[in-house]
Structures are given as C-alpha cells and as structure tokens.
Design a protein around this ligand. Structure first.
Ligand code: MTE
Length: 320
C-alpha cells in the first residue's frame, strides 16, 4: 500500500525562497562551526579504515574543474541525507554506528557468474581515480565534491551481463538493529531497503561513478561508506549510499522514493531547471557554504556527456 506522507528530506516551498536562505544562513554558520568539532573527533576514525592507504589518488583531468569551488569538507559533513540514520542533515555521528567491515557487495541477476565480493577485494580489482563533481539535490541545494572511486562501467564490464540485462538495480543494507530510520517508528512504513536503478546505457556512461572516498580519504560513513553511487546529472536521491547489492535485471527497478510517492519522484530524475517539483521550483539552487543562489543547469551542466542517452525517450518523464 502506498502511503501519502511527506518525506523528511522534502522541503517546504519556503525552504527554496531567497528569504528563507537568508534567514537560514545564520543557522547554517552555527552548524558549520559545530561541524568543525565533529570533524576533529572523526578524523582518527577515517584513518582507521583499512583502505586508508589507497588514498589520495590521481585526479582525472576531465573532471578536475566543476566550475565552482569545492564545498569544504566541514560543510559537507554537516549536511547529509541518509534516511537510514534519521531525518536531520547532521547524521554524521549516528552513521558512525554502521560497521563497514566485513562488507560485501553481491553482484547478481542476468550475469554470466553471480559473485559476492568483499569490499577490499573489489577495491583491488578497480582503478581508483578522483573526480570533482557538482552534486544537486532535488531539495534545490548543491555542493561540489571531490569524490574518489571507479567507473560503474568498469564494474559492469567485470560483471559480464547477459543480453537480457536491461537495467541495473542497486540496494542498500537493511540493518534496523543499527539504523534508527529502519526501526519501528517514523519511517517504518517506508519500503526499506533503499533501492535505486539505472538503464544499462546510463550505467555504461562515463559519468556514472561508484564512490569509495571523498576529499582524498576513505568515504565518511555519513556520505555512504564503504561504497555509494554518484550520478552528477541526476537529482541526488538517485545516488544511493551503503550499497550491498548490484543486480542486472530485465524490468525497470522501482526506487524507494518512487515506491512511496511516484507523483513526485520518478525513475529518471534528470536535473532540469524548467521542470518544477510538484511543490517547488527547480529554477535556482543554493550552493551550500557560499550563501549564493545560482541558476540550475539542464542535466546539472553535464548535458554534453549525457543528453544523447535520452534521444527517442522524449515522452518519458525524464525530469522527475
Ligand atoms: N542513499 C541511502 N541509502 N539513503 C538515503 O537516505 N539519500 C539520497 C542519496 N542517497 C539517501 C541515499 C539523497 S536524497 C541525497 S540528496 C544524497 O544521497 C545525499 O548525499 P550526501 O549526503 O553525500 O550529500
């Protein structure tokens, strides 16, 4: 049964007005200051990650300039969406409860040989690189993040999908004993685990990036450690965190938000300033940490890489 309810990460219309941004700035600066304390407490934990020796890695020159300054780590760490750990943007501490070793990723479905790979074995098989990407949330805020990871394309090639595979389905862990959002209560009606999906063509696009690190270190748990996706031309909810399963499937996967409210969150979710969310405009975005609002760009400015993926699909709801 689909339950009409407002998701915690949805903003009210006032959240996207310039007035609100102005009023919010003082609160935001306070958040940033407390994040510095969180950061210093968390620094040792990042070093404890068994993959720490792999970072930093070489920056890919194709993705070295996002056209805006990188969002400072302390701003990013204080402003995350990870509903498994609650509704607040400050889920850094709550996410620390997630054990990230041992951690395996199942690769299954329409592939020559399904496999379960321990994260450190997977990391040995891939070519890590750094990419600086713009990151645009459906809530009309954005950041610029220096991710480290590897192309989804390289994982697809490793998985050897059969011709029957038409989509890739991603699934997050389901650990109600650790993740407060998955416990009976506020979000227990959500169809956990978090799921997202892509077409095979989208998965094979060079931009599709499996992320294991950020800011030259292993990924903080709050940002989706040990492995998440980042799709810079799509709204952030497509960029699933804490991945445990990647399945090659014949049917279009239904993402968790689409399952909850398909009139507002669809499969494609490509960024478009001209297509409003049913309850707010997408024309502008707040660049976190700068106090600026800037015009949103079609495909978040990555059209040269991805627009061709959608020719012939004009009748699809590509922008929700
Ligand atoms: N993945 C999981 N598993 N759970 C979530 O709640 N939130 C999504 C996406 N991936 C989410 C998730 C949303 S709404 C956004 S905007 C981005 O993660 C936020 O990524 P960030 O916190 O690194 O900025």
């Amino acid at each position: 049964m689909l339950i009409k309810q407002r998701k915690g990460w949805e903003i009210t219309e006032s959240r996207v007005t310039p007035e609100h941004m102005f009023l919010n700035r003082r609160a935001f600066m306070g958040t940033a200051a407390s994040a510095v304390a969180v950061l210093s407490a968390g620094a040792a934990r990042a070093e404890d990650d068994p993959s720490a020796g792999l970072y930093p890695v070489k920056l890919n020159p194709t993705y070295a300039d996002a056209g805006r300054p990188v969002t400072p780590l302390e701003i990013n760490r204080a402003y995350n969406n990870y509903y498994e750990f609650g509704t607040s943007k400050q889920i850094y501490d709550a996410a620390e409860a997630l054990p990230i070793r041992p951690w395996s990723v199942v690769i299954d479905g329409e592939v020559e040989a399904p496999v379960t790979l321990a994260i450190d074995d997977l990391l040995k098989k891939v070519q890590l690189e750094e990419r600086i990407y713009r990151h645009r949330c459906v809530e009309a805020w954005s950041m610029v993040v220096p991710w480290t990871g590897f192309t989804l394309k390289s994982l697809v090639e490793m998985a050897k999908p059969k011709a029957a595979a038409k989509f890739v389905r991603f699934e997050t862990f389901n650990k109600p004993e650790i993740a407060v959002g998955q416990q009976p209560g506020l979000f227990s009606s959500y169809p956990w685990p978090y799921v997202e999906g892509l077409t095979m063509a989208e998965a094979m696009n060079d931009l599709s990036f499996l992320v294991t690190g950020a800011y030259g270190k292993p990924l903080p748990k709050s940002m989706g450690s040990p492995i998440r996706l980042h799709l810079p031309w799509k709204y952030g909810f497509k960029s699933i965190k804490g991945i445990v399963k990647i399945s090659f499937v014949t049917e279009r996967p239904i993402g968790m938000w689409e399952a909850i409210q398909s009139s507002e969150y669809g499969f494609w979710a490509n960024v478009n300033p001209e297509v409003s969310h049913p309850r707010w405009s997408q024309a502008m975005e707040e660049v976190l940490g700068t106090g600026e609002r800037v015009p949103t760009q079609l495909f978040n400015g990555y059209g040269a890489f991805v627009a061709g993926l959608y020719s012939g699909l004009e009748n699809e709801p590509l922008y929700m």
